[in-house]
Design a protein around this ligand. Sequence first.
Ligand code: HEC
Length: 98
Amino acid sequence: MKLLFISVFLLSISSVQAASIYAGKSKAAVVCSQCHGVRTTSAEAPFPPLAGRDKEYLKMALRQYRDKTRLSEIMNNIAGSLTDKDINNIANYYSRQK
Ligand code: HEC
């Protein structure tokens, strides 16, 4: 069930990226919040909260996932196609949420 959710979800991510019109906020709302939540910390334990986290930390973590120097099957897939601009936008957005 969980695996099904994740694969359906990854499919929908590719179409989001195809549109490529999303800045940090909408990207976070559409993509990341599914697992991480937006303002509130996510209810589900395996997903670390992002709201209000240090901006530099978020950028570093996303680059590490993208470059696969930090391994997570899920996050490597998701961060794999983020540009530096996406990463900056997303880190800006989440670090400002309380
Ligand atoms: C399908 C679920 C899912 C989605 C969607 C998702 N993540 Fe994650 N994310 C995870 C999981 C699981 C982890 C923990 C991985 C690990 O152990 O390193 C994680 C970890 C992270 C971390 C590291 C947090 C920490 O405390 O070190 C960051 C940053 C992050 N995700 C950002 C994002 C961003 C930004 C997006 C949207 C572009 C996103 N995630 C979308 C599941 C998801």
